[in-house]
Each structure stands twice: as structure tokens, then as C-alpha cells.
Design a protein around this ligand. Structure first.
Ligand SMILES: Cc1cc2nc3c(=O)[nH]c(=O)nc-3n(C[C@H](O)[C@H](O)[C@H](O)COP(=O)(O)OP(=O)(O)OC[C@H]3O[C@@H](n4cnc5c(N)ncnc54)[C@H](O)[C@@H]3O)c2cc1C
Length: 294
């Protein structure tokens, strides 16, 4: 597939409507200065920050877990943001590189020039602490989105095995999934969570979608719960797995998908006990996708 970073929308749409498996489609990666226009407590553990600015009007975002990086000032409060390289259509980072944290574009409104980030609030996180203190009017610098890991609408059954950090991706996918009902597509969703209140996160209700919340209090049961799923008499080639969340919890799912021959997109969104340090610009920090052609 031709990779046109300047016009990736048609490539993503073509894969979504007619492709199989997961493909990486790069976007021209920009750096943007935006403003926080509102903050909402979606649940007591999830903050929604709405960011606005003219540069958001021309942002590419076509896939449910497209993400941006929130770029932070250096420790001394000065900024050393990356710059856009028009030849590479990517960002150049110069040492000392600023810290950055990745968040899914939960909603993108190109007409209003707005996007929403839904941020899990947890103890001791740079981005989490920043989101908790952020106020309307604050300037927010965004890198990306760097591209899509696009998976298609051509499967008969989808399994989403996630934790709460991937609820924004699931929610966006469900918002845009008006195609599942006419085609009789079914969806099993399993969500690892730490607090009962997180189960109030709003998800678009659609026929054929079954959501199960799993408490992570005694450790993640996500992989076991997926292994115990009854896929009925479905052909594995007609099943797609989207897995994202804490790296340790979702790692076994790669084996599950490979073992069954299920196409997948499996991404470690964060690692327990590890601070996010990755500055790569080409997709997700720790992702793997498998394509199993029919
Ligand atoms: C493609 C992609 C999309 C993502 N989308 C979202 C999103 O939409 N919403 C979202 O909330 N997160 C999302 N994440 C995850 C988010 O980037 C990480 O959780 C990130 O580490 C949070 O940064 P922090 O500065 O708050 O914590 P860090 O400074 O990176 O980490 C500090 C400590 O907190 C722990 N920690 C990190 N995240 C969590 C957590 N969620 N719960 C409990 N402990 C944690 C770490 O293990 C570490 O010990 C996404 C990640 C990727 C790769």
C-alpha cells in the first residue's frame, strides 16, 4: 500500500472497509500548541480534557486508538519542544528531550478545532498530576498523531481485552460502529479496572455488544478471561482481537491470538512500575499486530 503521509485518510478508510489484519499507516507528524478549554470528571478516576486551537482543524485522525503525545516542559520549566521537519514529515527531537506521554484522541472535531483526551488519574504520574492540576486557559503542546494502526470492519466478531487506559479507544470505536448492527457483528468486551467507580465510564450502547468488567484487585484476570471466552462455532479467521492496557496483563493475549490464528492488535499502553520514556514517533511504544489472511 502506498504510504502518503500527507493524505492518509483514504488509506485508513480503504483498510477499514476492505482490508484484513492490522496495518500501520503513517501520518505527517506535527507539533501543535493548543489551549485547554474545559475539564470534566468522566468518573472519579478519569478526567476529560478538551483542547482547542486552529491547528486541531487540520489534524489527521481516522482510527480508534490514534494518539497524541502531551509534551511537557523540561525540569527547569523551559521548553525544548520538537520541531516539524517538512522533509521527513516527522518531528526532530533535540537533547535534552522533553518528557512526553501518549493519550488517545477520544473525540476529534475538525470543524470546531477541538479534541478530547480522557486521562486515567493515578498516584505518582507526571501526566496524571498535570491533568489533575490543569485549568482552562492553560497551554498544551501536542506531538502527533504519528499514524494509525488501523484494523478493519470486515470481521464478524471482535474481542476487546483492555484496561481503563484503553476505554477511550473502545468508546471511539463504538461511537463510530454504526455498521455492526446491520451486519450482525458481535463484540465481547473485557475491561480490567481498579475501582468500581470506573465502570461508570460512558460507552455507546449497541446491539450485539457485551461488556464485562473485571476487578484487578487480586491481579489481572484479563488473559484468563479471554482464554475462557466461548467463541462458539465461529471461524477464528473471522475474529479480531484488540488488546491494550498494562503490558503484563495483556502480554499473554499475543500467544492466545497466535495460537488460535486470530488477527490482532495488541499494545502495551503502560508498564507497572516503569515510567514512560519512549519518544518514538512511529506508532505505539510496544505494539504487535498479526495479520492472518483468509
Ligand atoms: C497509544 C497509547 C494510547 C494511550 N491512551 C491513553 C488514554 O487515552 N488514557 C490514559 O489514561 N492512558 C493512555 N495511555 C497510557 C498512558 O500513556 C500511560 O498510562 C502513561 O504512563 C501515563 O503517564 P503518567 O505520567 O501519568 O505516569 P508515568 O510517569 O509514566 O508513570 C509513573 C508511575 O505510574 C504508573 N502508571 C502509569 N500509568 C498508570 C495507570 N493508568 N494506572 C496506574 N498506574 C500507572 C507507572 O507504572 C509508574 O510506576 C496510552 C498509551 C499509549 C501507548
Amino acid at each position: 500500500m502506498t504510504q502518503d503521509r500527507t493524505n492518509p485518510g483514504p488509506l485508513v478508510r480503504a483498510h477499514q472497509t476492505g482490508g484484513r489484519g492490522t496495518v500501520r499507516i503513517p501520518y505527517a507528524t506535527q507539533i501543535r500548541t493548543t489551549r485547554l478549554v474545559s475539564r470534566t470528571e468522566v468518573t472519579p478516576h478519569m478526567l476529560r480534557l478538551t483542547l482547542a486551537g486552529p491547528e486541531i482543524r487540520v489534524l489527521h485522525s481516522y482510527a480508534c486508538d490514534d494518539h497524541v503525545g502531551v509534551v511537557f516542559p523540561l525540569d527547569d520549566g523551559t521548553r525544548n519542544d520538537p520541531t516539524y521537519n517538512p522533509e521527513r514529515l516527522m518531528l526532530d527531537w533535540v537533547a535534552p528531550a522533553p518528557q512526553m506521554r501518549k493519550y488517545t484522541i477520544r473525540r476529534h472535531d475538525p470543524v470546531a478545532g477541538e479534541l478530547d483526551l480522557d486521562i486515567v488519574v493515578h498516584p505518582g504520574g507526571l501526566a496524571s498530576d498535570w491533568a489533575t492540576a490543569a485549568q482552562p486557559g492553560d497551554e498544551v503542546v501536542l506531538a502527533g498523531p504519528p499514524g494509525a494502526l488501523a484494523f478493519p470492519h470486515t470481521y464478524g466478531h471482535y474481542v476487546f481485552a483492555i484496561d481503563t487506559t484503553a476505554l477511550p479507544a473502545l468508546a471511539r470505536w463504538l461511537d463510530e460502529a454504526e455498521w455492526i448492527e446491520p451486519r450482525g457483528v458481535t463484540v465481547q468486551v473485557l475491561v480490567d479496572h481498579d475501582h468500581l467507580a470506573e465502570t461508570a465510564y460512558p460507552l455507546c450502547e449497541r446491539p450485539g455488544v457485551d461488556v464485562t468488567w473485571l476487578s484487578r484487585a487480586g491481579g489481572s484476570r484479563l488473559a484468563d478471561a479471554v482464554a475462557e471466552l466461548d467463541l462458539g462455532d465461529r471461524d477464528a479467521a473471522d475474529v479480531f482481537l484488540f488488546a491494550a492496557g498494562e503490558a503484563g496483563g495483556i502480554k499473554p493475549l499475543r500467544r492466545w491470538a497466535k495460537g488460535l490464528g486470530v488477527a490482532s492488535l495488541v499494545t502495551g499502553y503502560w508498564k507497572r512500575g516503569a515510567v514512560e520514556v519512549d519518544h518514538e514517533d512511529e506508532g505505539h511504544a510496544d505494539d504487535e499486530h498479526d495479520e492472518h489472511e483468509e
